[in-house]
Design a protein around this ligand. Structure first.
Ligand code: UDP
Length: 366
C-alpha cells in the first residue's frame, strides 16, 4: 500500500484537489490518500465551504499557518509540514497550483528525498514580480512528476531544460470540478436571490496585490465599476485581501448601488453567477480558464497571463491594467465584440483519472 499526501492551502487548491481525492477513493486498495491543509486560507468562506461543497473530508492534518509575510508563511509551512512528513513517511506528495503552500510543500519534500507531483505545472507569466511565478518555477524544478494543463506549459518546461520524461500533458484539473458540479451549478438560486436577469449583468473579482494593495488603484477600480454600472448591474464578491484594503482606505462606501457587493461566494454559487453573466472582469488565474470552458466573455485586468490558451483560442480578453482600456474593452464587448472561443485540448473533466493512472504506474516503481 502506497501513501500520498496532498498539500493544500488556498481556495483554488481545494478546487484542484477535490477531483483527485474522488478518484483516489476508487484506488483505495493501492493507495492511501491524505490531505494536509496549511491554513493559508482559513476564513469559513475561503476554506470550509469548499471542503463541504466539494465533498472533501476534514483534512487529516491542519498546520494552522495563517497570515504573515511570504517568507513567514513559506517557512512556517515548511517547519510544520516537515513534522507531518517525518511522522507519515509518504511515498509521494502532491502540490497543486502556484501558491506559497505549493512552494513550501515542494521544498520540504525535496529536502527529505520524498517524491513530488506538481499539478498545473509549466504555466508561466514571465513576470517575476508575481509571487506565483516564483512559486511555479521553483516547484517545477523540484518536482518529479509534472502534470501540465495546456500546451504552452510543455514548451515552457522544455525551454527550461526539464526532462520531458517527467512531464505529462493531462489537461485541466479545474475543469474536472466544473464538469462534476455542473448539475449543482445549474440548480443554484443565486441569480434569483440577487434579482439578476440572466446574461445581463457583469461579475467582477479582484485580488492581485498590484491591483488591490494601494489606495490609488483601488480607487480607480471603484471609479471604473461605478461608470460601467450605469449601463449594467455588477456583482462583486470581495476577496478578504481586497476587503481589508477597502476598509483600510475607507473606500467600502464609495460604490454606487448598481454594484452589488458580497462576501466571497461558495464554489457552486460563484460558478452559477459566472455561467449566467454577460461578462466577467477579473484578475484571477482560474477564472480565465473556467470562463473559456463555459464560453463566457472574460476581461483579464493584468498585463500578462500564464494561461495563454484562454486568449489564443478561448474567450479571454487580456486588457492590461490601464483601466481606460479596460473600460473601452468592456463597452466593445457589451456592444457585441464577443469572442467565439473553443475549449482547449483535454479540458474534458477526466484529468484526475489521467494523473492518477500515471501516478499509480510510477509508484509501483518507487
Ligand atoms: N471562486 C469562488 N468564489 C468566489 C470567487 C472565486 O468559488 O467568490 C472560485 C473561482 O470559480 C475559481 C477559484 O475560486 O475556481 C479561483 O480562485 P482565485 O481567483 O482566488 O485564485 P487564482 O485562480 O487567481 O489563483
Amino acid at each position: 500500500m502506497k501513501k500520498i499526501i496532498s498539500l493544500v492551502g488556498a481556495r483554488p487548491n481545494f478546487i484542484k484537489i477535490a477531483p483527485l481525492h474522488k478518484v483516489f477513493k476508487a484506488f483505495s486498495k493501492e493507495v492511501t490518500h491524505k490531505i494536509c491543509h496549511t491554513g493559508q486560507h482559513f476564513d469559513e468562506n475561503m476554506s470550509k465551504i469548499f471542503f463541504d461543497e466539494l465533498g472533501l473530508p476534514k483534512p487529516d492534518f491542519y498546520l494552522g499557518i495563517g497570515g504573515g509575510t511570504h517568507t513567514e508563511q513559506t517557512a512556517g509551512i515548511m517547519i510544520e509540514f516537515e513534522k507531518v512528513l517525518l511522522q507519515e513517511t509518504p511515498d509521494l506528495i502532491i502540490v497543486p497550483g502556484d501558491v506559497n503552500s505549493t512552494l513550501a510543500g515542494a521544498l520540504t519534500a525535496a529536502k527529505m528525498g520524498i517524491k513530488i507531483a506538481h499539478v498545473e505545472s509549466g504555466l508561466r507569466s514571465f513576470d517575476r514580480s508575481m509571487p506565483e511565478e516564483i512559486n511555479r518555477m521553483v516547484t517545477d524544478v523540484l518536482a518529479d512528476y509534472l502534470f501540465v494543463s495546456e500546451k504552452s506549459g510543455l514548451e515552457n518546461l522544455s525551454r527550461e531544460g526539464i526532462n520531458s520524461k517527467k512531464v505529462f500533458f493531462t489537461g485541466n484539473i479545474m475543469i474536472d470540478s466544473l464538469v462534476h458540479y455542473l448539475p449543482a451549478i445549474n440548480a443554484s438560486l443565486i441569480t434569483k436571490d440577487l434579482e439578476l436577469s440572466l446574461k445581463n449583468y457583469i461579475l467582477v473579482t479582484f485580488h492581485r496585490p498590484n491591483n488591490v494593495d494601494n489606495q490609488k488603484s483601488l480607487q480607480d477600480i471603484i471609479n471604473l465599476l461605478n461608470t460601467i454600472s450605469k449601463e449594467k448591474k455588477i456583482v462583486f464578491p470581495i476577496h478578504p485581501r481586497t476587503k481589508s484594503n477597502l476598509e483600510k482606505f475607507d473606500l467600502l462606501t464609495q460604490f454606487t448601488k448598481n454594484v452589488i457587493l458580497t462576501d466571497p461566494l461558495g464554489y457552486v454559487d460563484f460558478l452559477s453567477l459566472a455561467k449566467n453573466a454577460e461578462l466577467i472582469i477579473t484578475d484571477s488565474g482560474g477564472i480565465q480558464e473556467e470562463t473559456t470552458f463555459m464560453g463566457i466573455q472574460c476581461i483579464t485586468v493584468r498585463n500578462n497571463t500564464e494561461r495563454p490558451v484562454t486568449v489564443d483560442i478561448g474567450t479571454n480578453h487580456l486588457a492590461g491594467t490601464d483601466l481606460d482600456l479596460v473600460k473601452d474593452t468592456t463597452f466593445r464587448i457589451l456592444n457585441g465584440a464577443k469572442k467565439k472561443g473553443s475549449i482547449p485540448e483535454l479540458w474534458d473533466g477526466k484529468t484526475a483519472y489521467r494523473i492518477i493512472e500515471i501516478l499509480i504506474d510510477k509508484l509501483t516503481t518507487i
